[in-house]
Design a protein around this ligand. Sequence first.
Ligand SMILES: [Zn+2]
Length: 68
Amino acid sequence: MTPDETPPDAAPAAAPCPICGKPAAPAYTPFCSKRCADVDLQRWLSGRYAIPGRDEDALGQDDGSREE
Ligand SMILES: [Zn+2]
């Protein structure tokens, strides 16, 4: 129970843009504009690229060695 939780009977207004806090635009939900959507996308991509290479070779390389 958080004090700033939106009451259930409040208008189902879109959550504020996670980037700038402005009201979200339906076309860009949950963002307020394409600009903010792009910002988030860039963050996401850079966060992804920042992840050091993991053992991808070890994953999903089943080589079909499992016979039936
Ligand atoms: Zn925004």
